[in-house]
Ligand binder design. Structure first.
Ligand code: HEM
Length: 255
């Protein structure tokens, strides 16, 4: 099953047109409002976990906090959270196309149904805005609408959860970093940005358009390359780069 997820990998000027669909949901003011909600939800979850004195970070936090935030942005039912995670994570962790398709089919079927409903009865949410793309003069086909919905679904269900889990793992293994963050809380915003650069999992392929040589590596037109973004935040001299596919719930498979 082949899916396109605009605006990913779309070149300008078309890129900006798809991107305009999402933009109103990620303005500075909107993000500020989301930050307030995210903070309140984080405190609530931690207060619930505190009496236990321990937790499974992935199950008890990473698969709840960002997913609840995301489901609010797209106005999808919270009680289907586990099912969304099962298929979303199943898709990104799949080792082959059969596994990817098996998980993708129910996601696409569900998103198609929601998009049709929101097209008929639009709300204030991002999926309603994506559904309205059908009426845009630049609308190029149903694949675009479903692909845009799938892109935010995957971003919301797995990407943040994976990032948070790897940051938590890193902090668990580096008590000196935890101590520094406690003693110098002013560096937390900068540290967060650095961790996002280092532990963000998303890597999208790129198509080489003309022959080029960089640092002794020759790349030819029409070849696909994968740029490991997390590697750009580390120095290969002292940080080993894991080349395998990793995701929060793939851990047991990939270790
Ligand atoms: C920590 C979590 C996340 C990370 C590390 C991350 C990372 C990325 C990266 C690296 C790209 C660019 C890919 C490329 O051009 O090849 C991207 C694009 C995108 N992501 Fe995320 N993402 C995260 C969370 C999310 C969430 C939660 C959403 C939506 C709810 C989202 C929606 C998008 C969209 C719409 C694009 C396309 C943007 C464009 O091409 O202009 N992402 N993300």
């Amino acid at each position: 099953m082949r899916v396109v997820m605009p605006p990913l990998t779309v070149d300008p000027p078309l890129h900006a047109r798809y991107r305009a669909v999402y933009n109103p949901f990620f303005t500075a003011a909107r993000v500020q409002q989301m930050a307030v909600r995210a903070r309140a939800l984080t405190i609530e979850l931690i207060e619930k976990l505190r009496p236990r004195g321990e937790c499974d970070f992935v199950e008890d936090f990473a698969h709840i906090m960002p997913v609840v935030m995301f489901l609010g942005i797209v106005d999808l039912p919270l009680d289907r959270r586990e099912e969304f995670i099962e298929h979303g994570v199943g898709f990104v962790c799949a080792q082959d196309q059969v596994g990817r398709d098996r998980n993708l089919a129910p996601i696409l079927a569900y998103l198609r149904q929601v998009i049709d409903e929101r097209y008929e009865n639009p709300g204030e949410d991002l999926l309603s805005r994506i559904a309205a793309w059908r009426d845009n003069p630049r609308f190029g086909g149903e694949d675009e609408v479903i692909g845009m919905a799938l892109l935010i679904f995957l971003g919301g269900i797995d990407t943040v959860a994976s990032l948070m889990s790897f940051v938590a793992w890193h902090l668990a293994e580096h008590p000196e970093h935890r101590r520094r963050l406690r003693e110098e809380p002013d560096i937390i915003p900068r540290a967060s940005e650095e961790y996002i650069r280092r532990f963000g999992l998303s890597n999208t392929g790129r198509l080489i358009t003309e022959d080029v040589e960089r640092k002794g590596v020759r790349m030819k037109a029409d070849e696909m390359i994968m740029v490991l973004l997390g590697a750009s935040a580390s120095t290969s001299a002292n940080i080993p780069i894991r080349s395998r596919s990793i995701s929060t719930v793939c851990q047991s498979d990939s270790q």
